[in-house]
Design a protein around this ligand. Sequence first.
Ligand code: 5GP
Ligand code: ZN
Length: 135
Amino acid sequence: MDCIFCKIIAGEIPCHKVIENDQILAFLDIGPVSVGHTLFVPKRHAENLAVGSVEEAVDLMKAVYTTAPAIMKAVGASGYNLGMNHGLAAGQDVFHTHLHLMPRVDGVERAFVKMHPTQEELAKVAVKIRAEIAV
Ligand code: 5GP
Ligand code: ZN
């Protein structure tokens, strides 16, 4: 199957990993709208939430719930936006269910404009987040 997120999950394409469990992989978005912008992805392929399972929806929120504090601490955020582009009409580009967590820092404009960090910059952010998760 020609799905970029399945390839990331299979380890065929690299990613800057945030967390992984049996159900979910979370990694940094390559085109983040804020520092620490993370994608939470069910490991089982489904085009979107509607054709997945309710368990996957719950697993996604559980992973967000447990990981968000560490992501926020790592990037100095005090809030976050959660978002899902569900379906073509909503602007979904990658047709494998994913939930965006976009950390927000007090006083920093809440833009939804993609930035273009280098791989090194993304790697540093991922290291900081994983260090907070390990605490
Ligand atoms: P959506 O489908 O919700 O519109 O957005 C897909 C998201 O996946 C975009 O924010 C885009 O930057 C991100 N993305 C697309 N390809 C890759 C990739 O190969 N690696 C990573 N880490 N993110 C990707
Ligand atoms: Zn997939």
